[in-house]
Design a protein around this ligand. Structure first.
Ligand SMILES: NC(=O)C1=CN([C@@H]2O[C@H](COP(=O)(O)OP(=O)(O)OC[C@H]3O[C@@H](n4cnc5c(N)ncnc54)[C@H](OP(=O)(O)O)[C@@H]3O)[C@@H](O)[C@H]2O)[C@@H](O)CC1
Ligand SMILES: Nc1ncnc2c1ncn2[C@@H]1O[C@H](COP(=O)(O)OP(=O)(O)O)[C@@H](O)[C@H]1O
Ligand SMILES: [K+]
Length: 492
């Protein structure tokens, strides 16, 4: 969905009020959506404390808190403003929760959920007292008590238009933005304060007829923006998508295995993994039985079978010159959707074969690989890099990072909303490339496949963290694969 400035959001809101929509009804819908999102990621009853400012942002937090309280959560509030200073609607939402909460304020306990309802789109400039004090308290409890902070609409202390981070801004693990994403949330400067993103759509408030505030529109990919395909009843495996993978080398068998497993878990009907004959036995012992493993020394084999998509590169290492040439020839020849990942990108950069970045290719560089294939990226921030790169090359680009970007030619620049720092662990990229290949093979257009795969991987990891045996430290790429089903299910 297109992102908007705070002024544009306020204009859309004003127009909806003219049409008869009521602020209280929108606040109830926003609060209910926030509570539902919190329960999606934190399904077990917890202690929740809402930090409140004076405006309607605090009203959203209060509605969500009331719903959580009614479901049996232990809740509390922190507010340093006098009751009469609160906006009338926010005051009403506090009364509905119970004024006792105001007179018996609570601080977060260990492992609490902290709701940031200090400031939303009505924020102006750096945090003033008493909100600066409360933001400091929230950040302290997030670290000391290992609490999770969830920002209502915007993390307080962030400029909602530019993403500028003011002193003492709230650090959120998850920002639940209301109705339409605000442009500042997508800024690279703000990423460590925004965390992962979720959207609560409101039917009355949509970005129709809004002019993008940037020459190249910035969109957010959320669970609402991609439609999951349904199979017809008589589908057979040949129609469900065939993926051919060239991956792995001595010492990097896991990359090939993870990539192939993710491809079959994407829904692809047949996945074939080509491997040097010397690695066959070892690879067969760690790869799921559903994968066809074919010993080969010739990448031309990728063109001989009937595949619907190819993935080349995970764990490839540094192939000898003759093998590299054969891989280049395959990429040059194929018209299939073709994911180029990891060492394949390094090889292309080293041999200066950027002519291979053709329309059917999907490139998945992390920032290090990006610097090799496109050294200009070191002089630009992420969005201009994605913009310039896709203007120069006709490939679909998936530029990995804490806020993964996906773009193609003149498309909007899509920012992924899901993900967690727990993903900063080996193998996540191999899962991602296998998933993209599998989705392409099932007929998702390249851009959609890349957006969906990035969203699914991030969502799978966020959902994995709900389990007591998986933490930020212990999550692995295998856990990502194990939670893909829940991520697919979370799509609307
Ligand atoms: N968009 C929508 O359609 C919907 C919006 N909804 C929700 O409402 C939110 C917007 O609410 P809002 O307009 O009441 O503004 P909000 O940010 O809560 O507070 C403004 C107050 O903060 C104060 N203040 C400002 N800057 C400050 C600073 N730096 N430091 C300290 N204080 C500062 C400012 O004081 P003043 O500057 O006027 O003295 C004023 O009193 C929106 O983000 C969303 O959550 C949903 O309910 C439903 C649909
Ligand atoms: N802090 C983070 N927040 C969100 N996603 C992350 C974070 N760190 C890594 N990721 C994601 O994990 C994946 C890592 O890919 P990559 O570095 O290629 O891993 P590998 O090569 O080990 O498989 C990328 O999709 C990236 O976007
Ligand atoms: K907020």
């Amino acid at each position: 969905m297109l992102s908007v400035t705070c002024q544009q959001m306020q204009d859309i809101e004003a127009a909806s009020f003219k049409q008869g929509h009521k602020p209280e009804s929108l606040m109830e819908q926003a609060g209910a959506g926030i509570a539902k999102t919190i329960l999606h990621y934190f399904p077990n009853k917890r202690n929740a404390v809402a930090y409140l400012g004076r405006g309607h942002n605090a009203g959203d937090a209060l509605v969500a808190l009331r719903i959580l309280r009614d479901l049996g959560w232990q809740v509390g509030i922190r507010c340093e403003n006098a009751l009469h200073e609160l906006a009338p609607l926010t005051r009403r939402k506090l009364r509905e929760l119970g004024d006792d909460f105001y007179y018996n304020q609570k601080r977060p306990e260990k492992d609490s959920i902290i709701l940031d309802g200090l400031l939303g789109i009505g924020a102006k400039g750096p945090l003033r007292e008493p909100l600066a004090l409360l933001a400091g308290e929230m950040n302290h409890h997030r670290v000391q008590g290992r609490s999770n902070t969830i920002a209502m609409d915007i993390p307080s202390g962030i400029n909602g238009d530019t993403g500028e981070v003011y002193d003492g801004a709230v650090i959120a693990d998850l920002t639940i933005t209301i109705a339409i994403p605000k442009t500042g949330l997508l800024s690279q400067n703000a990423v460590n304060h925004v965390g992962s993103l979720a959207l609560v759509p409101l039917e009355a408030l949509t970005p129709e007829n809004i002019q993008p505030s940037q020459p190249r529109p910035l969109h957010l990919t959320t669970r609402h923006s991609i439609k999951r395909k349904r199979r017809s009843f008589d589908t057979h495996k040949g129609q469900a998508g065939r993926v051919g993978i060239w991956a792995g080398s001595e010492g990097m068998l896991g990359a090939a295995s993870l990539c192939a497993e993710a491809a079959i878990r994407s829904g692809a009907g047949l996945v074939t993994l080509f491997t040097p004959p010397t690695l066959y036995a070892a690879l067969a012992s760690i790869t799921p039985r559903e994968i066809i493993i074919t010993p080969s020394i010739n990448p031309q084999d990728l063109l001989k079978s009937r595949f619907d998509a190819l993935v080349i590169g995970p764990g490839l290492g540094s192939p000898v010159a003759s093998l590299a040439e054969k891989l280049f020839a395959v990429i040059q020849e194929t018209e299939l959707p073709c994911v180029l990942d990891a060492d394949m990108l390094n090889l292309i950069a080293r041999e200066k074969r950027l002519d291979l970045f053709r329309k059917n290719t999907i490139l998945t560089p992390h920032p290090g690989e990006m610097a090799r294939i496109y050294p200009a990226s070191e002089h630009f921030s992420r969005v201009p890099t994605a913009d310039n790169f896709t203007s120069e090359y006709s490939s679909t680009l998936l530029y990995k990072g804490a806020r993964t970007l996906v773009a193609w030619e003149a498309s909007p620049i899509y920012h992924n909303s899901t993900g967690t720092p727990a993903m900063a662990t080996a193998g996540q990229g191999d899962v991602l490339s296998g998933l993209i290949g599998g989705l392409c093979a099932q007929g998702y257009p390249n851009l959609e496949a890349a957006r969906l795969a990035a969203w699914l991987c991030g969502e799978a990891c966020q959902l994995a963290l709900r389990e007591s045996h998986i933490t930020e430290e212990t999550l692995t790429a295998s856990d990502t694969i194990a939670h893909l089903a829940q991520a697919f299910d979370a799509l609307t």
